[in-house]
Design a protein around this ligand. Structure first.
Ligand SMILES: Nc1ncnc2c1ncn2[C@@H]1O[C@H](COP(=O)(O)OP(=O)(O)OP(=O)(O)O)[C@@H](O)[C@H]1O
Ligand SMILES: O=C(O)[C@@H](O)C(=O)CO
Length: 423
């Protein structure tokens, strides 16, 4: 294994696995496997890039650090010469962490400073300029992310935000340096390290900026960022004659389907609305779930009744709904109950023959994927930017784990078809 990724959530893991498997047009990607947590066994020697999916974005920082260091140990045992710490393109975190604590702990373990930190993913509108993160034409804290249920983002100045989480000074690599090319970036990172800066926020507005950053970091032991930071990395290994290149061929899976949505993002809520026009949907009431009036049996009955019709069950609510529910039940208690509901439902669905599963939301997908004991996942073709088809050989199923904000308006229907190999 050449490249190891430690991803702080499951949809993000699929996102970067997709980037690495796809590579740049005309260049090819790497042979990638996505792992559910830190594997207990050695990796298949044919794998060139291994992505360890963790669920560490919203847990206490010390636990996130411990799990990330365990992932680092395993990846290094597999021979990885470069590690990427993947976090969200909207920099999802709180003033306590976990990007700073995990990024610095990995840097300490690898004895490096002057480490790139760049969440930019221009294909989905996430860009960084002068250390400020934009979502399309809005600053991060005016993009809807200020209402996120678990990691509300109230500051678009991600250098300042990361400084609150970090022990060491946080640097800035401005666009003027990035546009001067890979050598200028390398020199700036050395200078940042000399100043004692462990993590350095890098500007990037277009894919070419990310390619420059990737080239500059070709031999860096550690890189951190969104999936965009990985755009140029397969090319580095291929150019060095170290990698053979990927195969994302996918024949499709037939059989019953189910769609679960726990994301409350504007994009997911819009996709649910579009889906509901032509397909059966089951809105889940948080109050009914918390009182026990609605449980897994209700979801299973709904999915059985609507088999073949692309049924979708969702808890997703507006920012107002989320605020009321969190005030009533507490953020963590509520998130844990919803995770459990989706996870147990998914397990029963797959045990009873569902072979195509679509899930929206990183935490939700993490809970579902962990409950399913999927084994290593193979990366298939991209459904929409940042969302690949994932294949579990162990379970004989195909999945689409969608980041809350990703995907076209008709994503849910499109994804079910894609898992059948239709698109
Ligand atoms: N109606 C609701 N009220 C309050 N919280 C909810 C409701 N529905 C879902 N949630 C919680 O909101 C959180 C959504 O997080 P999740 O990571 O699944 O989606 P996301 O953040 O949009 O996706 P991503 O991390 O991929 O961007 C979960 O913790 C879930 O339990
Ligand atoms: O980077 C992103 O936006 C996604 O891969 C993600 O991490 C959402 O949870």
């Amino acid at each position: 294994m050449l490249l190891g990724v430690i991803a702080d959530d499951f949809t993000g893991a699929g996102d970067i696995a997709n980037t690495l498997a796809k590579g740049l047009p005309g260049q090819g990607g790497l042979v990638v496997a996505q792992y559910m947590g830190v594997p207990s066994e050695a990796a298949d020697p044919l794998i060139e890039a291994g992505v360890v999916s963790l669920k560490t974005r919203s847990i206490p920082a010390a636990d996130a650090v411990a799990q990330s260091l365990a992932a680092l140990r395993w990846l290094r045992e597999q021979g990885c010469r470069q590690i990427v710490f993947k976090y969200c393109s909207t920099f999802d975190s709180t003033p306590e962490g976990n990007i700073g604590p995990v990024g610095e702990a990995l840097a300490d373990a690898l004895c490096v400073k002057g480490v790139l930190a760049c969440p930019a993913f221009p294909q989905v509108g996430r860009t960084v300029y002068q250390g400020h993160l934009f979502v399309h034409d809005r600053l991060l804290n005016e993009s809807g992310m200020e209402n996120h249920p678990l990691t509300p983002m109230s500051d678009s100045d991600i250098r300042r935000w990361l400084s609150r989480q970090a022990k060491n000074p946080v640097g800035l690599l401005p666009a003027s340096v990035v546009r001067a090319g890979a050598d200028a970036v390398s020199s700036a990172l050395v200078a940042a390290a000399d100043r004692g800066e462990t993590l350095v926020i890098a500007d990037a507005a277009i894919d070419d900026d990310l390619v420059v950053l990737g080239r500059a970091a070709a031999t860096a032991p550690l890189i951190t960022g969104g999936s965009g930071i990985a755009i140029g990395l397969p090319g580095n290994f291929i150019a060095a004659g170290l990698a053979r290149g990927s195969d994302t061929a996918f024949e499709g899976v037939t059989g019953p389907e189910a769609i679960l949505a726990g994301s409350c993002s504007g994009a997911t809520r819009g996709q649910i609305e579009v889906h509901a026009r032509e397909h059966p949907v089951l809105p889940l009431s948080v109050d009914a779930i918390m009182s026990g009036d609605t449980d897994e049996d209700d979801l299973i009955a709904f999915f059985e009744k609507h088999r073949g019709g692309k049924p979708l069950a969702y808890s997703s609510g507006t920012p107002q709904d989320v605020a009321v529910a969190q005030a009533r039940y507490g953020r963590k208690v509520l998130a844990d109950r919803l995770d459990t509901l989706f996870a147990q439902t998914a397990r029963r669905l797959v045990d009873s023959g569902v072979t195509r599963l679509v899930v929206a939301g990183g935490e939700t997908s993490g809970a579902v994927a962990q409950a399913l004991e999927l084994g290593d996942l193979r990366i298939g073709p991209e459904i929409d930017a940042g969302v690949p088809i994932l294949v579990s050989g162990k379970r004989g199923i195909a999945l689409a784990l969608k980041s809350g904000n990703f995907g076209r308006a008709t994503f849910f229907s499109h994804a079910v078809d894609a898992l059948e190999g239709k698109v």
